[in-house]
Design a binder for this molecule. Structure first.
Ligand SMILES: [Zn+2]
Length: 215
């Protein structure tokens, strides 16, 4: 390792910080980058800087965006009376791939995990409640779909939010994606057919008994 020229070593060590990239892969990527044209190397570096500079979070739903509002919130064709709550911006992508969801989103920024010190205040839960309770004259929110991951922390987060909503917005329908998603895995890895079925068969947590909710 230390036999590399310092700039190569620096690139390897930066690349190895990426998720899923071990030292071997980092070396392979570094040697690949050394072989590409100066132009390709510059555009890779520029893309990294640009994404950090220009991409922030949507003022409504906290999804990633380079505008004040993300493309989904800004789209008048989306049904903003239906809010799908997900953990991370990356969870919006599989939901969109189903082509069966036409509502809007709310990105929490993680899941409750007391062990890791992640409390309700660390997530965008208060913002969700505010969005649901005071809809700013943009029409009533009629349903919140809890689409947190089918993991221990995801389930705990869904239960916490359902309870908060039950107290603050008792007329609201609160639903959870139907089972069928692989337990313990992330939404991100669910295929669109399974996720589409889980969405179509979503179950009421409260508000409409326990029957399956149909659009
Ligand atoms: Zn948005």
């Amino acid at each position: 390792m230390s036999s590399y020229a310092p700039p190569v070593q620096r690139l390897v060590s930066e690349l190895s910080k990426l998720p899923g990239v071990g030292n071997r892969t980092a070396q392979r990527l570094a040697f690949y980058i050394l072989r590409v044209s100066a132009e390709d190397a510059s555009s890779l570096a520029a893309a990294i800087l640009e994404v950090r500079e220009k991409v922030g979070v949507c003022e409504v739903c906290f999804n990633l965006t380079d505008e004040p509002r993300c493309r989904i919130c800004a789209d008048p064709a989306r049904d903003d009376s239906l809010i799908c709550v997900v953990e991370e911006p990356s969870d919006v992508i599989p939901m969109e791939r189903t082509h069966e969801y036409h509502g809007v989103y709310h990105v929490l920024g993680g899941a409750l995990s007391p062990i890791d010190g992640i409390d309700p205040d660390d997530l965008k839960i208060a913002e969700l409640i505010r969005r649901v309770v005071a809809t700013d004259g943009r029409g009533e929110v009629r349903e919140v779909v809890l689409a947190t991951n089918p993991t221990t922390t995801g389930e705990a987060t869904a239960l916490h939010i359902a309870e908060e909503l039950r107290v603050r917005a008792p007329a609201l329908a609160v639903t959870r994606l139907a089972s069928g998603l692989p337990v313990g895995s992330d939404l991100e890895y669910a295929d669109e057919v399974t996720l589409g079925k889980a969405l179509a068969g979503r179950q009421a947590v409260y508000g409409r008994g326990t029957e399956t909710v149909r659009d």
